[in-house]
Design a protein around this ligand. Structure first.
Ligand SMILES: [Zn+2]
Length: 182
């Protein structure tokens, strides 16, 4: 599993939440929540590996190797740690699970009102990952648990794509900023 571009995910989530704030009242806490939930899908699955590094036989070096590994180059870990990390990653990247949780929360209007903006950070992450991972580079398991297969998109770690992504972020930020002035 690889560490995705967490910073870009956080920025997209933040911009999305600010944009939503133009359409409806959105609090600063909700924007922060969107940024945190926008980054969380690429963090949660590191917890079992970190736990193994702290309490088990793992090391910080193995955790770092795991976080930045290319497919097939992940460090050897106990089966339980590997499985836990794998399924946590799948759950956080599944549009089905994200939709199910959204549906459950939408039935509680008082929760929905508070949580819908932070949740868009997560949903945006799931959506972005579908197209920014390739078949060779950790395809995003968007239909987990039905299938762990993903689409063959563009791997986000291609240098030109990283550049284009940050250029698009800067452009979106400018447009948002201009929208505020106008
Ligand atoms: Zn991700």
């Amino acid at each position: 599993m690889a560490l995705m571009d967490i910073v870009a995910h956080g920025l997209w989530a933040g911009l999305g939440a600010v944009w939503l704030g133009r359409q409806r009242p959105v609090s600063r806490k909700q924007i922060t929540g969107a940024v945190v939930l926008g980054m969380l899908p690429d963090v949660v699955h590191l917890l079992p590996v970190a736990g193994w590094a702290v309490f088990g036989g793992g090391t910080a070096a193995a955790l770092a190797t795991y976080a930045f590994a290319m497919p097939g180059a992940e460090p050897a870990m106990p089966v339980l740690v590997t499985e836990a990390a794998h399924h946590l990653h799948c759950m956080m990247h599944s549009a089905l699970i994200a939709a199910a949780i959204g549906w459950l929360l939408s039935r509680r209007p008082e929760w929905w009102r508070v949580l819908v903006v932070p949740l868009t950070g997560w949903w945006l992450h799931v959506g972005i990952d579908v197209f920014t991972h390739s078949a060779e580079y950790y395809p995003s398991p968007v239909l987990y648990p039905i299938t762990q297969k993903g689409f063959d998109g563009i791997a986000w770690n291609a240098p030109w794509f990283l550049l284009a992504n940050y250029a698009a972020l800067a452009l979106a930020a400018c447009l948002l900023w201009r929208g505020r002035q106008g």
